[in-house]
Design a protein around this ligand. Sequence first.
Ligand SMILES: Nc1ncnc2c1ncn2[C@@H]1O[C@H](COP(=O)(O)OP(=O)(O)OP(=O)(O)O)[C@@H](O)[C@H]1O
Ligand SMILES: [Mg+2]
Length: 232
Amino acid sequence: MSDVVIEAKNIEKWYGPTLALKDVSLVVDRGEIVAVTGPSGCGKSTLLHCLSGILRPDQGSVHFQQRDLTVQSEAARSRLRRTAFGVLFQFGQIVPELTAVENVTLPLQLGGSRYRDAAVRAQRLLDRLGVGDLAGKRPGEMSGGQQQRVALARALVTEPEVLFADEPTGALDSLAGEQVMVELVRLAREHGTTVLVVTHNVQVAAYADREIAMRDGRVESAGRVTVTGEVR
Ligand SMILES: Nc1ncnc2c1ncn2[C@@H]1O[C@H](COP(=O)(O)OP(=O)(O)OP(=O)(O)O)[C@@H](O)[C@H]1O
Ligand SMILES: [Mg+2]
């Protein structure tokens, strides 16, 4: 099987008169951790939304393991997001009315798991991420960094093939942000998860294997960082 997990070919995305993505092409290999960087408004979130099938590009194609997402129905794309993709956004992604463990079990229950089984897996992941003792607490009773860890647990609990993370550390100070990034990378390497992480932060980008630098709707460079050894 090919090592290519995601391939975008010549994608364009318009918002009304604004061309947010201009002829973007890229390839992401299995298990790669890729940082998407660039100034505010350059199209990073739009790119992530197109690659994860949340948005359909106006031109070009996005393949996930040889399947063209751009020709699939909305229902098929959302099924794919539930099963093969994990999505972590910057703000407000966990449900305020639910406890930490309930938030993390949600994607498993949507996939048909029984609550008891899902809760065991959720608790294990919360423990790994250092917030196991907050399992019974609601987001309003947690710090921003703790909420971010719960959100990360929720994005990873289904063991997705690809994790899309848009500024996962954006709301955190640099130490907390670095801790979340270290945990994200550690879990991803353990499971062979492919990661696309949008970040403004050069320290966060340094955890990636490769950086896709964007500017004004285009990919400016997509340099491969040479890594020696298995684990960084
Ligand atoms: N829903 C929308 N409607 C109209 N224009 C939009 C919309 N979303 C984004 N844009 C525009 O598309 C361009 C790319 O936006 P995008 O959100 O992808 O940038 P970004 O790189 O993620 O920025 P940031 O770092 O600030 O999050 C910008 O010019 C933005 O103003
Ligand atoms: Mg953005």
